[in-house]
Design a protein. Structure first.
Lengths: 230, 230
DNA sequence: CGCAACCGGAGAAAGATCCTCCGAACGGCC
DNA sequence: GGCCGTTCGGAGGATCTTTCTCCGGTTGCG
């Protein structure tokens, strides 16, 4: 979106994007204190590359937040423009958050990220803008009666954020995580519906005790010792 | 519950309980790799006391899990005995999990804790027992139609666990956390209700953007620099 | 094809965490 | 009330983790 001070070489720009994407996931999973080496590893770049682009942690957090915020704003506007009504737009935004791992942005939205904003900061301004837009969407959806009236944007966003956050020591469940996230989001969304609004049936099989145990057995067979990297 | 090999002195037993309770909270918040000093600090005991009672991390995890499992089982049985129907029992169990910070037990339930169980382990046995009981309750509640049919015990427990887990860098919101947890649990529960079951109105004011901002301003005023300990 | 920009890993420095040792304090029993 | 054995808590060295820099080799671009 914004041109940077100097034009980066193609590979450098690609690496920069990958670092930001990796940081988004890692921050979401472990918080903003996560080791930077892990981020570099996930991005598939060396640690030096990360430091070259982002001199210290604060810078990285800031850039990641700005990026995620822009992504979220774009998704939100697309949803409003292309969906029929406000509730549909809200649900679509939720799914976008889920799929683009944008959740990192949400703590920023609510101001609870571990960094201080200076009040006139660019980041703070865009956060307030986004919160205002989301708040407006929530209220609009409530006016149509499809979103229950006794919640606010804080309830909605923080709940969603928690549901989408990976659990620690959940490696065992592996790629199962995505399925679970989707189901949890759907359940939460159903809890948000207005009182008399019909709800769809959840996709996929219910996660019963047998399903969990089958996965566990599978994982234990393929990875007997603890194994942190795939 | 179980008498230990040697009878501990009164203060020792009290400290042991406090360590387990503290570990339950810290494990829930930070995962089982959390620093042991933090647990000792929260328990109000010295680090040596912790090590004396639990020689290594594995032992502590094991004891905490067993304890939490026993608590959960007791709560579950009380709920089944004292509530009118299965759905009410399930909801009551959820609230008990919320209030007793028993969530630590849930990863164990689902086998995803970062330790290996030997198959004939006491812990594994009691985990399977509890999962079976929960699974049965879920199915029974579904038979009455008050719990939606397209979910399993895995959906329900993992979703709840995620909602109750504190967010990192959420210190700013402080004691607000409990309120949020309660509201999120209620919303999730409402998403679990059968299609045509009436739902209550959420207690307390909706968490709107203004509410969040008011809290943030408050926090910023009282704690301008970052401050990890209260 | 040449050069400037970029890359990645090794490794020193700083910091966090683990775990033991020992003098002081406390609980239980006579 | 007093004694004895158990328990307590903190200081501190060993160890592991994380940070961040330096430099030889590689690669995109004109």
């Amino acid at each position: 979106m914004s041109r940077h001070t100097v034009r980066l070489r193609a590979d450098a720009r690609r690496n920069r994007e990958q670092v930001i994407a990796a940081a988004r996931e890692v921050f979401l999973a472990q918080g903003v204190d996560a080791p930077l080496e892990e981020i570099a590893r996930r991005a598939g770049v060396g640690i030096a590359t990360l430091y070259r682009r982002f001199p210290d942690r604060r810078t990285l957090i800031r850039e990641v937040s700005l990026d995620a915020m822009a992504l979220a704003a774009a998704q939100l506007r697309a949803a409003r423009a292309e969906e029929d009504d406000e509730w549909a737009a809200l649900v679509r935004f939720f799914h976008a958050v889920l799929e683009t791992r944008i959740g990192t942005v949400l703590p920023v939205l609510l101001g609870s990220l571990g960094m201080e904003f200076s009040p006139d900061d660019e980041l703070w301004a865009s956060r307030s803008q986004l919160v205002a837009e989301l708040d407006e969407l929530v209220r609009a959806a409530q006016r149509t009666g499809r979103l229950r009236a006794d919640v606010g944007v804080g309830d909605v966003m923080l709940g969603l954020l928690k549901l989408l956050r990976p659990l620690p020591s959940m490696r065992l469940l592996g790629d199962f995580t995505d399925t679970l996230n989707r189901r949890h989001a759907e359940l939460f969304i159903d809890g948000l519906r207005g009182p008399a609004v019909p709800r769809p049936v959840l996709a996929g099989p219910a996660i019963t005790a047998e399903v969990v145990d089958r996965y566990l057995a599978e994982q234990q067979r393929t990875a007997p010792g603890r194994q942190d990297q795939p």
